[in-house]
Design a protein. Structure first.
Length: 509
């Protein structure tokens, strides 16, 4: 397996707000890779953001690439991961950002802290598994063989634990997590403060991170920490719903084998949509940034997973290939990065700006039965969303019955306010009246509910080229993605930076 510094999960990066960090990525693997700093805004600097063929080409084996990461307003837990092929399965780690002054997210001074990284384990070669998902696929190819907690399936840690940094680095499943007989108080999510939520389980999607406080107020002993998939795809019996466990052990003098461990009886079932919703609606923001009260442009994006067409450019119209879309377009990349093509003003053959504002068809998104024929022939395309610097952008994400499960949708370069969420079809006349414009959470990944919608709003204040995609790896592979291009502003400080002179070469050059 490909690892970073021989560790799985990879090394944790600890920084302070305002820090700027140079990471030299030395690729000693057998194939090209890229690294992304998930949730770090990277002001004006998409050049080292990482997604393959979006902002850079892969770093070839036996070469290196220096990436500059600047931390501005983020606080708490984020993470880094490979952003090429399926490499992120084993190449990822946590980032902890302390405030420049005061304590982390207002937690008590000197709270001991501990990091929990949830990951996927595959018995096979992840590169091969990713290729199978991209050319011909079925459930078997994307099933992981286990989920892990800090790289292990069963794992001991000694107390005291107090604050926990939780990262969901799993490839294809949302996760529930609980700790026997203990509540967690979630105080941060996606590198921003949330109003404290006291709970006996959490639901966390791939891409999301959380900061939580645990009070060790039980009798000394052993307590199960458990994580299981939350997977609510229609007609599924669940895939890889095995439970990963660890033990929380209080400091003390008692012998382990004889001592009983308390079971994880508050962990919801793998398909408990209600439990997921119940947790999700409690998330409220606690941030200083002001919420934009109106929008300049609204995009309306439907998410689908369909079959019967060929996403990969090398296959020739074979049947039963899965594809995924935004607005019925399956996103494809090219051997030169979109960022480079944009910067050099040579993009006519690479992409266009015709990403539709509305889905190009009428469709009852929540219908259960017949799928209109034309949706089975979603075209490939590289259409981007291009907005002016500082535009307030609203995106209404609409889940459909085609691939009806919860999709974690992630945007690079910006965090966004999640101002609304609901079941069924979004109603543009009524639903906005119930938006939360007071204390919406500021996230970088929103879990779009199954057959429901979510509305996000943000100011496009970060000039550059930013990937937006489902963070379920198989859906991103199949094309559930687009790119947001934020144009330069007028002043020098609102223009994208120029590239470092040592960008990894693209094969088209
Ligand atoms: Cu966590 Cu596009 O990434
Ligand atoms: Cu998805």
């Amino acid at each position: 397996m490909l690892t970073v510094n021989n560790q799985f999960p990879g090394p944790e990066i600890r920084v302070k707000q305002g820090d700027s960090v140079n990471v030299t990525v030395v690729n000693k693997g057998n194939y090209g890779v890229t690294i992304h700093w998930h949730g770090v805004r990277q002001p004006r600097n998409p050049w080292t953001d990482g997604p393959m063929n979006i902002t850079q080409c892969p770093i070839p084996p036996n070469t290196s690439f220096i990436q500059n990461i600047t931390f501005t307003t983020e606080e708490g837990t984020l993470w880094w991961h490979a952003h090429s092929d399926w490499s992120r399965a084993t190449v990822h780690g946590a980032i902890i950002i302390e405030p420049a002054e005061g304590t982390l997210l207002g937690l008590p001074q000197n709270t001991p802290s501990h990091t929990i990284v949830l990951s996927s384990w595959y018995n096979g070669d992840v590169m091969e598994i990713g290729k199978i998902a991209d050319t011909y696929t079925g459930q078997g190819s994307i099933d992981s063989d286990a989920s892990t907690i800090n790289g292990l399936i069963g794992h001991y840690k000694t107390c005291p634990w107090s604050s926990s940094h939780i990262v969901n680095a799993v490839m294809n499943q949302n996760m529930f997590l609980s700790i026997a007989r203990h509540n967690l108080t979630v105080v941060g999510m996606d590198g921003a403060a949330v109003k404290p939520i006291n709970t006996n389980y959490i639901m966390i999607s791939p891409g999301n991170t959380m900061d939580a406080l645990l009070t060790a107020n039980q009798d000394p002993g052993l307590y199960y920490v458990a994580a299981t998939s939350f997977f609510n795809l229609d007609n599924s019996t669940g895939f890889d719903n095995s439970t990963a466990t660890a033990l929380l052990k209080y400091d003390g003098d008692y012998s382990e084998p004889a001592y009983p461990a308390f079971p994880h009886d508050t962990l919801p079932q793998y398909n408990d949509t209600q439990a997921a919703t119940k947790f999700r609606i409690r998330i409220r923001g606690n941030v200083k940034q002001s919420v934009p009260q109106d929008f300049k442009v609204r995009y309306y994006i439907t998410n689908t997973v369909t079959t019967n067409r060929c996403h990969n450019s090398s296959c020739t119209g074979v049947d039963n290939i899965l594809t995924a879309t935004f607005n019925n377009i399956s996103f494809i990349t090219h051997p030169i990065s979109i960022l480079q093509a944009y910067y050099e003003n040579k993009w006519t053959d690479i992409f266009d700006t015709n990403f539709p504002t509305y889905p190009p068809f009428y469709f009852n998104f929540t219908m259960e039965d017949t799928v209109p024929e034309f949706l089975n022939a979603a075209p490939n395309g590289t259409h981007v969303i291009m907005v002016e610097h500082n535009d307030v952008v609203e995106i209404v994400l609409q889940g459909t019955s085609l691939g009806a499960e919860d999709h974690p949708i992630h945007l690079h370069g910006h965090s966004f306010f999640v101002i609304g969420r609901g079941h069924g079809n979004f109603d543009p006349d009524n639903d906005p009246m119930f938006y939360n414009l007071d204390d919406p959470p500021l996230l970088n990944t929103v879990t779009l509910p199954k057959r429901g919608w979510a509305a996000i709003r943000f100011q496009a204040d970060n000039p550059g080229v930013w990937y937006m995609h489902c963070h379920l790896e198989r859906h991103a592979t199949w094309g559930m993605a687009t790119v947001l291009v934020v144009k330069d502003g007028d002043s020098d400080e609102s223009k994208m930076l120029s590239p470092p002179h040592y960008m990894p070469p693209c094969s088209a050059e």
